[in-house]
Design a protein around this ligand. Sequence first.
Ligand code: CP
Length: 333
Amino acid sequence: MRHFLTTEDWSREELQGLIDRAREYRDSPQGDALKGKSIALVFFNPSLRTRTSFDLGAHQLGGHAIVLDARGGTWPVEMTDGAVMDGGPEEHVKEAARVLSSYVDLIAIRCFPKFEDWTVEREDPLIEAYAKYATVPVINMETIVHPCQELAHMMALQDRLGDVRGKDFLLTWVPHPKPLNTAVANSAILIASKFGMNVRMLVPDEAYALDPRYMGAAERFCAESGARFSMTTDVEEAYSGAHAVYAKSWGALPFYGNWDAEAPLRARGAGFMIDEAKMALTDNGVVSHCLPMRRNVKIADAVVDSDAFIGISEAENRLHVQKAVMERLAKDA
Ligand code: CP
C-alpha cells in the first residue's frame, strides 16, 4: 500500500506518470476509477481549491467524498503517543485513523503546523500518525509540504515551457503581513529540483533558509541531474534569466514561535513584491503562486493580469492531478 505524503517518496518517472494521467483526465474528465469507493477529506485548516477539487474529482471518478472539518465538524485529535488526554482533544489519532479506515478507501489530511515548535512540527506528526495507524492509503492535502500542489505546478510549467530540464527556476520570498507555513516553499524546491531545473532561492536574509531536510534534498536532486542549486539576497541576480518564478511568503525558522522578533528581518524584504520591472529581468519567464494570494502585496496586478501568470492553470490542474493520485492509490486499497 502506497501513501502520497511527500514527492520525496516517489520517483521522477512515477510523478511524470501521474502528470501524464492528469492530462488524460483534463481531456476526458469522467471515469470509474473510484466507482463504489469513498474518500474522507479531513481539514484542520481552511481551503477553497483543495476541498473543491478533491470532492469534485472523487465525484467525476464515480466515488464519494466525505468532508470532515476538524475545526468544529469532527472531534479534535491528539497525536502524541502516550499523551494523558486531559486537554482539548477528545480522540486519539490511533482510533480516528483506524475507524475512518474501516469506512473509507482513502484518507486525505490537511493539517498546517501550529507555528509553536518547529523541532516537533518538522516531523509532521499528525499525517505521519495517520499513515502509521490507517489501513488505507493517506494523501497529503498540505502539512509541511504540499505534494498535490507540486504536481499541479509542474504540469503547468511543462505546458508552458516544454521539457523543464536545465531551465532556471526561481523561488522568491514575497511580502505578507504574517509569517506563513513553509510547506509550499519546501515543495517548490523539491519538485523543481526533482525535474532537473536549476533552482535559485531569493530571500530577504539567510534566516529564511528552509529546513535542511528540504534544502538538502533539493541540492541532491539538482546534483543528480547536473543542475545548480543556490540561495541569494540579491534581487537582480535572482531574477536574471529565470524561466519560471514562483512566489511564496514564509516565516524564518530561527524565529519560530517568537515571531515579533522576526519583524526587522521581514522588513528587509519589503521590496520583494513581484512586479513588471523584476519580470523584465527574466528570460520571458512565467510566474505562479499556489493561491490564495494577496494582490499588490505579493504580486502586482500588472503581472497577475499578464500572460506570464500561470497560477489559474496551476489551480485547475489540482483537479486533474489529484484524480490521477486517487486512482493510483485506490488500486492498492
Ligand atoms: N493552494 C491551495 O491549496 O489552495 P486552498 O488553500 O484554497 O486549498
